[in-house]
Design a protein around this ligand. Sequence first.
Ligand code: C2E
Ligand code: MG
Ligand code: MG
Length: 771
Amino acid sequence: MAGRLRAQSWWFPAAAGVLALVCLLSRSLAFQTVTYVVVAVMAVPIVAISIRRKTVTTPLGLGMIGLIGCSAASTIVRAKTPGGFGGSDAAEVLSLVSMLMLVGGVAVVAHNRRGRNFWGLLADGGIVALGSWLFAWVTLVRPSLDRAGSDQSLTIFRSAFEPLGSIVIFLLIIVLFSDTERTKSVVYFSGAVGLAIVSGVLRALHDSGHMGNNSAVATCTSLVAVGMLYGAILDPSVETLFERQPDGPSRPLLGRIVATTAALLVPIIVMSATTPKDGSDRLVRTLSVGILASFVTLRIMQALRSNRTAQEELLHVAQTDSLTGLPNRILLLEHINATLRESWKGELHPTLFFIDLDRFKNINDSLGHAAGDSVLCTIADRLRLTVPARTTVARISGDEYVVLDPASPSLEAAMELAHQLLVQFREPLPLPAGDVFVTASIGVARSEPQSHRSADVLLRHADTAMYQAKDAGRNCVALFDETMHERVAHRLTVETALFRALDRRELRMYHQPILEMTTGDVVGFEALMRWQQGDGTIVSPAEFIPIAEETGTIIPIGAWALNEALNQLRSWCDDGVCSPTANMSVNVSPRQLADPSFPSVVQEALLSSRVSPHQLWLEVTEGIMITEPELALATLRRLRSLGVRVALDDFGTGYSSLSLLQKFPLQRIKIDRAFVQGVADNSNDRALVRTIIAMALSLGLDMVAEGVETVQQLQVLSELGCTKAQGYLISHPLPPDAMRSTVAALERMGAWPGVGRSREPVLVPEPELAG
Ligand code: C2E
Ligand code: MG
Ligand code: MG
C-alpha cells in the first residue's frame, strides 16, 4: 500500500479539490462538515505511514494530526452553532490552537532548513505580524468592536489573531521556499500552508461579517489544504522539505526587505490617515507602535550582531588552514610580528622552526590525496602536542609547518625542541592502507633581542636553514647562520646559468673506460657530463645534476647527453678507437625515466647514431623504482623492448636494491665505490662485495665494480668473481680526443697483475678542461 501511496501522492490534492468542489455545489453545511471530518480522520493512517517510513518525525507527525484535528473540531463546533457570525468561544479557541500549531509546524520546518538564519527570519516575521496587527486594528478590529457591542474580547481575538498568524506563516513561506529546488513536496506543502492562510482569512472575514452567512468557502479551502499536506508528506521528495539549506545570500532577501518595509510603512500611512476613535483606540495604537519600534530595534541589533559574527568567521577562515585548523601563513606572520615587537621589551629570543616533510609528494602520488591529507592532519596534531603552550604551530603551505616559540630560553633549548619535533616523525603514521613513515627537515632561525628583523626575514632564514637540512641528507635539523645565504645565492646562480648551459654549448661529455678484468680489454665507456661555465669554472655533475633534476632541466640536457654519447661511440667504433662491439653507458636520472617520451628519445638517438640497442646501457638509480614503481616498470619494459639494457647504478647504497633486482628488468649492477674502496683492507666490505657478486652471478646479472683506485682492489674483486671494472686506476673520465691513446695503451698492456698477465699500472689522470 505504501508503494502505491508513494507513487500516487498527487491523488490527495486532486481528490481533495474534487471533494471541495462537490461540497461547494452541495450547499449543505452538514455534508461539508462530514466530508471535512472524514478527510481529517485520514491524517491518522497517513501520518502513521510517514512515521514508519521515517520521512516525518513522531512529534511533527503528532503535531500534524493535532492541527488537522483541531481544525476539524472547530468546523464541527461552528456547524453546530446556529446561524450568526461563525460560532462560539470553543470554535474560536480551536481555530486559534490550530493556527498556533500551523505557525509552530512551519517554524519547525523553517528551523530545520534555515539553521542559524532562522531567528533573523522569525524576527522579520514578528515585524510583519506587528505591522499587520496595527493595520488590522485600524481597518478591521476597531470598526468591528463598534458593531459587536458586548462581546468585544471575542471579536478582537477572532478578527485579529488569524490574519496575524497568517502573515507570519506567509512570510515564512516566502523566505523558506523561494530559494530552493521546487520538488513536489515543497510545492504541496507551500500550497497547503498558503491555502490554510487563505482559509483563515476567509473565516476571519466571515466571522467579522464581511462574507455574509456562508463559511463553505473557508471550509472547502481548508479541505484542499489538508489534501495538499497529505500529498506533501507522502511524496517521495518529502525529505527535501526538511533538508538544511546552504548558508549564504539567498534570493528571498529582497522579499524580506520589501515585506518588512511594507509592514512598517503601511500602518504608519493608515494611522496617519485616520484619527483615533477614543482613548482606548489611542492606547492600543501607541502600545502597538511602541512594541513595533522595540521589535525593529531588536532586529537591527540582531542583524549587527550576526554581521559581526560573519565578519569574525570570515577573518577566521582567512587566517586558518582549512585542513588542519592551524593558523595559516597570514596569521603566523602577524604572530611573528607581534612577538618581534614584544621582544624589544625583554631579553626574548623569538625562534622559528621551519618543518618541511621529506618526499611528501610520494605519499600523495602513490596513496592518493585523502591519505596525504590524513598524514598532514596527524602531523599537525603531533606537533601541537609536542610544543610548549606559549608556542604557535602553523601550516603555511602543502607540507610546510612552522613553529613559533616567542620566548625560547636558550639556543640549546631551541635545538632540543627542534630534535623533539624531529622525533615525532619516528612513530608510524596510521593509514587505512597500512602504516607509513615520513621524515622531516627542520630549519631553525633565532632572532636576537631587539634586532631589526622583520617577520618575513626571520621566516626566510628558517626556510634557508631548512634547505640546508635537506641538502645535508634530510631528516635532520639545521640552525641558520649568515653563510647559508651565500650558499643559497650560489645555488640560485647555478640554477639560472644551467638553463642556458645547453644553448651556450657549455656542456661536455667525458668518458671513462670500462675494463674486462681477465683480458684487459676496454669493453665499454661510461659517459659523464661536465659543465664548463663561461668564466672557465667547472661545476661537478654531483652539484648540478641534482639541481637539473629538481628544475626539470635534466630532460633536455639528458637527451643531449644521450645523443652526444651515442654519436661518440659511433665515431670511435668507425675510427677503430675501440672494438665495434664496445658499448656506452649513459646515466639516466629519475625525472628522465618518469618522462613518458623518454623511450622514444632513446629510440631516436639510437636511430640517428646508428648504434645497435645492445651497445647501450642505461644506468639508473633506485629512486624512481621505489617512489613510482609502476611507472618505472612500464618505462623499463618499453626500453627493454627496444633491446636496450639497464644497469642499476650505485648498487648497495639504497634501501631496497635486492628486491628491485627481482621486480625490475635489470641486466647489470654497478657495485658502488663505497664498498670497492674498502674491499682490499676491510673484511666487512669484502664480505659484502662477495655477497653482492655471488648474488649477481646467481641471478645471471652482469656486474661492474665502480671507483677502483688500487691494484689490490682490482685483484680482490677479480678473486671474488667480479668481471668488469672502472675507476681512476684504469683511467679517469677523459675528453673524447684523449680516448684513442688511452684505449690503445690499456689494451696493449692486457690483463692486470694478479688478474691476468702481469704488468705495471698505467695511471691516466683526468685532464684539465680546455679553458
Ligand atoms: P656515477 O654514475 O656513479 O658515476 C661515477 C662517478 O664516480 C663519476 O663522478 C666518476 O668521475 C667517479 N669516479 C670514477 N672512478 C672513480 C674513482 O676511482 N674514484 C673516485 N673517487 N671517483 C671515481 P662524476 O663524473 O663526478 O659524476 C657524478 C655523478 O653524476 C654520476 O655518478 C652520475 O650519477 C651523475 N652524472 C654524471 N653525468 C651524468 C649524466 O650525463 N646524466 C645524469 N643523469 N647523471 C650524470
Ligand atoms: Mg653511472
Ligand atoms: Mg655510480
